[in-house]
Design a protein around this ligand. Structure first.
Ligand code: FES
Length: 171
């Protein structure tokens, strides 16, 4: 947890500050409906949010529906997948026994989600490595820079790679 010590110190020093910790690996994702419980007057407070686009989109939708959008401040970061796409191919997810045909612009992560595989992910932009899986066979291409990976047992970041022909990943 980044800034854990600093947050603990600030919470100890300021009576008006309450830090709610939610670790998605054990607690799951935040259900926005729980905001009323976590901070009953959230609609009247400024909210600052930063994270993956789907999360920020969900927050925006919720705040707009609740008439609180003017108090919401977002920081969006985006990823330029400017590299050449892969050729595409059939991506097989070995352990889950699922496979799907994906084009060269579709990331392995997106393909896995489309196939119904419980894909791990965090930032979805090549920063956190939460999405890293082991390549069993085949080849993938990094859509950021065109680097290719085809060594068995190679760790690959599924959120920024696409299939170059048929490939298999260990999940
Ligand atoms: S989800 Fe963060 S690097 Fe892929």
């Amino acid at each position: 947890m980044i800034f854990r010590d600093e947050l603990d110190r600030l919470e100890a020093e300021h009576d008006g500050l309450t830090v709610h910790r939610l670790h998605t690996d054990v607690d799951g994702l935040l259900d926005l409906a729980d905001l009323d419980t976590i901070c009953h007057d959230w609609r009247g407070r400024d909210t600052y949010a930063c994270g993956p686009a789907p999360m920020l989109d969900a927050i925006t939708e919720h705040y707009e529906a609740e008439g609180a959008a003017e108090r919401l401040h977002l920081e969006r970061f985006s990823l330029e997948l400017g590299g050449d796409g892969g050729e595409g191919g059939t991506i097989t997810f070995r352990t889950s026994g699922k496979s799907i045909d994906a084009d060269g612009a579709t990331t392995v992560l997106e393909a896995g989600e489309e196939a119904g595989v419980g894909m791990p992910f965090g930032c979805r932009m090549g920063i956190c490595h939460t999405c890293t899986l082991t390549l069993v066979s085949g080849k993938v291409r990094d859509l950021r820079n065109g680097d290719e990976y085809d060594s068995p047992n190679e760790p690959v970041q599924t959120c920024v790679t696409a299939a170059v022909g048929d490939c298999t990943l260990d999940i």
